[in-house]
Design a protein around this ligand. Structure first.
Ligand code: ADP
Length: 254
């Protein structure tokens, strides 16, 4: 009987070890795949940057030419806008690789946040109007902050463009910013589709996209938000209810 029990324990332990080994192998494989995906995107992005700059520069030059008809100017502005979207995407992917290789540096400066928030929100005005989404910016007092302005802009841009992307016509987006003794909080709240509980824990992961989200995207926006926030010593969190909306809050040390 003793022999029987001992052999059962040994078999169970061997089985557990095998399972553990398999989980470890799968995690390693997932990490390798993630790394390969990033390298691939980064290499392609690197190749795209020069031709994109060569398209952007002449367009910027001729878009203000007085001899253009209104229609020609409108069309060129569409090209200009889409080139800048592509350029942003390319830069974000390259930024990612810098973060991964620990080469991303912070360029800190002291600035007044609310003026920038107003400016950044205004760049989304036309798309919000087109989609009949009301965007409110609520700030009670000026906020001084020492941070990397380029990265704060990228964080905010990603949160607001997601809020617009995942909110239906007629919805609302509320942006609040406030300052405490030590921190600054930026909150972007929408009345959009919301995020399911099982997706929330992966939502800031690189390349993670909610299944059947039916929207164009890459799954890198929120990963950039998290990486840029944490690089500055801050935190990124989300609260969401499916069908009710989502609230993303960024807290940065002052
Ligand atoms: P992308 O939007 O390019 O797919 P993100 O990293 O920005 O990538 O977002 C990851 C996923 O999180 C999205 O696919 C989307 O399903 C979900 N998501 C992000 N922001 C919101 C939001 N405000 N409301 C609902 N879902 C969101």
């Amino acid at each position: 009987l003793l022999c029987y029990y001992v052999s059962r324990v040994l078999i169970r332990r061997a089985h557990d070890r095998l399972m553990l080994e398999q989980v470890r192998r799968e995690a390693e494989q997932a990490r390798r795949l993630d790394r390969m995906k990033l390298d691939f995107f980064a290499n392609v992005s690197h190749e795209l940057r020069t031709p994109l700059t060569l398209i952007a520069d002449p367009i910027e030059h001729i878009v203000n030419d007085e001899n253009l008809t209104k229609r020609q100017r409108n069309m060129l502005q569409i090209v200009e806008k889409n080139v800048s979207i592509l350029m942003r995407l390319v830069n974000e992917i390259l930024d990612f690789r810098k973060i991964q290789n620990k080469k991303m540096r912070l360029t800190l400066s002291e600035f007044e946040l609310t003026g920038y928030l107003k400016e950044w929100v205004s760049t989304f005005e036309s798309i919000a109007t087109k989609r009949k989404i009301k965007v409110d910016l609520i700030i009670s007092a000026p906020i001084r902050l020492c941070a990397d302005i380029y990265k704060v802009e990228r964080i905010f841009y990603n949160l607001l463009s997601n809020a617009l992307k995942y909110t239906d016509e007629g919805g609302n987006i509320t942006i609040k910013a406030k300052s405490t003794d030590e921190t600054v909080e930026i909150c972007v709240k929408d009345t959009g589709r919301g995020i399911a509980k099982e997706d929330i824990r992966h939502i800031f992961d690189r390349f993670y996209q909610v299944r059947n989200s039916n929207k164009d995207g890459t799954g890198i926006g929120l990963a950039i938000v998290k990486a840029f926030t944490e690089l500055q010593g801050g935190t990124a969190k989300v609260e969401s209810e499916v069908g009710e909306g989502s609230e993303f809050t960024i807290t940065l040390p002052k």
